[in-house]
Design a protein around this ligand. Structure first.
Ligand code: MV4
Length: 503
């Protein structure tokens, strides 16, 4: 087994990986940028190496600096976490050349899945269902229109080099097709330097359901069931849950088998995720495969009892998977809320700064994967996700009730977070029923923006008015201070005025 592993990441995922490594008796090496000198992942590691200035491109993304840090400390393997270098085939190759184990799949598997049209072609050959569409990129707009008319409108034009929703155009009517096609091409060229686009039938009201897979170097591949990630905003996931509340047992089995086939088709090794669109009639279609451990992996760990990082390390060490497919079962249900340093009442603008008080929840069925501490500063330079709150229950109802309770317990002061936003989502009838799709959050936000204040907002407003009446000075300072002058308090007043007008 490895004696020492370097974690090429920061924040909560670096902390989470280190926890498992410590349990396994493996020494940990952190890397950090100048902005992260005081970060939790640096404090937790046995050793830490500074790899450059705050900007990611000069630190966490520098392949040469990361490999230098591994050589300097004698780390035998590198865990890339998610984001940064985790799906960078060049990095996986550079590790191989430096004789350091990359904890992840082969550079070839990363490359194939990174190119959408190549992945689509390979998946089709492996018998994986795809959304009806053109088999590869189309150059001629007339030919593309003909294909669109054959599959029927609405259609979606997608960039071959894209992903995460970039370079997508929905077309509802043939008359709009040519302009959208050319627009998509231009956008793809400027965003990816590659103007190849293809056309798919648009799936109305889909859910985003993904399957966790795990493969070893001995030909064993298993799936660890699904995660529903339909609670999203602008392709940013907010809440994930497992099992998917509407997935039929036979669809679950079929989807799991297809995901295993997909992994086999690229000789996959390690932890991976196969993403699908789930249609209202239980049809499902391959979207893409993520060749890394994902942010939302803990909910899978909660319902299966498997430590996915431990499995990743063992597989990277050449060991076979410890469990067969028939040994894996779903036990109960789990939910994850991503906690961001952002202001939902202000276009979800990031709100970095110093955390004053921090009291994460605890108790039965609660797991908090955090990357910060009281007194820590959330830097402006990176993703504003500061922690993940995960709850488990014997069934969905209990997992959700526990999440409500845990969100109530959670105290973070000094920065603005989306905790109150999560409390609202958990009380929304569509979330409670489980009958939501990928349009749920945007639809609800639009509606919410046009109606009166929420109970939460009214309570905050009442507190401000009370403070104002009791002692004019601090309340005035709070209302006119730079941090709230364009912020939520003014919005509350605006909403209250609307309410006063009977709106
Ligand atoms: C689609 C779709 C509907 N029909 N493809 C968005 C991200 C990219 N990976 C694929 N995406 C979509 N592809 C067809 N043919 C709807 C989406 C989509 C979406 C998918 C998953 C999760 C959230 C989403 C939000 C908007 C659109």
């Amino acid at each position: 087994m490895f004696q020492k592993i370097l974690i090429a990441n920061r924040g909560e995922i670096a902390v989470r990986v280190m926890r498992t490594l410590r349990e396994m008796g493996i020494a940990t090496v952190a890397v950090f940028s100048e902005a992260d000198r005081e970060a939790l992942h640096v404090r937790m590691a046995d050793e830490a190496v500074c790899v450059g200035p705050a900007s990611s491109s000069e630190s966490y993304l520098r392949i040469d600096k990361i490999l230098e840090a591994a050589a300097l400390t004698g780390a035998e393997a590198i865990h890339p976490g998610y984001g940064f270098l985790s799906e960078n085939a060049e990095f996986a190759r550079a590790c191989k050349e430096a004789k350091i184990t990359f904890i992840g799949p082969s550079p070839e598997a990363i490359d194939v899945m990174g190119e959408k049209t190549r992945a689509r072609k390979l998946m089709a050959e492996a018998g994986v269902p795809l959304v009806p569409g053109t088999p590869s990129a189309v150059e001629d707009p007339k030919e593309a229109l003909k294909a669109a008319e054959e599959m029927g409108f609405p259609v979606l034009i997608k960039a071959a080099a894209g992903g995460g929703g970039k370079g997508m155009r929905r077309v509802d009517d043939p008359s709009e097709f040519q302009a959208a096609f050319e627009g998509a091409r231009r956008e793809a060229i400027s965003a990816f330097g590659n103007g190849d686009v293809y056309v798919e039938k648009f799936v109305l009201k889909p859910r985003h359901v993904e399957i966790q897979v795990m493969a070893d170097g001995h030909g064993n591949v298993v799936h660890l069931f699904e995660r529903d990630c339909s609670v999203q905003r602008r392709h940013q996931k907010i809440i994930e849950e497992t099992p998917c509340p509407v997935l039929a047992e036979e669809t679950r089995q079929a989807m799991g088998e297809v995901a295993v086939q997909a992994a086999r088709a690229v000789d996959y090794i390690g932890a991976g995720t196969v993403e699908f669109l789930l249609d209202q009639d239980q049809s499902f279609y391959f979207l893409e495969m993520n060749t890394r451990l994902q942010v939302e992996h803990p909910i899978t760990e909660m319902i299966t009892g498997v430590d996915l990082v431990r499995w990743q390390v063992k597989v990277a060490n050449g060991e076979p998977l410890a469990l067969r497919q028939e040994d894996l079962t779903i036990r109960g249900a789990a939910v994850e809320c991503r906690i961001y340093a952002e202001d939902p009442e202000n276009q979800f603008r990031p709100s970095p700064g110093k955390i004053e008080a921090l009291r994460p929840p605890s108790g039965p069925g609660v797991r908090e994967d955090g990357g910060v501490y009281a007194g820590a500063t959330v830097p402006v330079h990176y993703d504003p996700m500061i922690s993940k709150l995960i709850t488990w229950g014997e069934d969905r109802e209990q997992a959700v009730a526990r999440m409500r309770r845990a969100l109530q317990e959670y105290v973070i002061t000094g920065i603005t977070t989306n905790l109150a936003f999560h409390r609202e989502v958990l009380d929304h009838p569509d979330f409670v029923s489980g009958e939501y799709d990928t349009n749920f959050v945007p639809r609800w936000l639009k509606e919410r923006d046009q109606t009166g204040p929420t109970h939460q907002e009214l309570a905050e407003l009442a507190a401000v008015i009370y403070a104002y009446q009791r002692d004019q000075k601090p309340a005035t300072a709070q209302l006119t201070g730079p941090s709230t002058s364009t912020g939520s308090k003014w919005k509350h007043f605006g909403r209250l005025r609307e309410l006063g007008r009977g709106k």
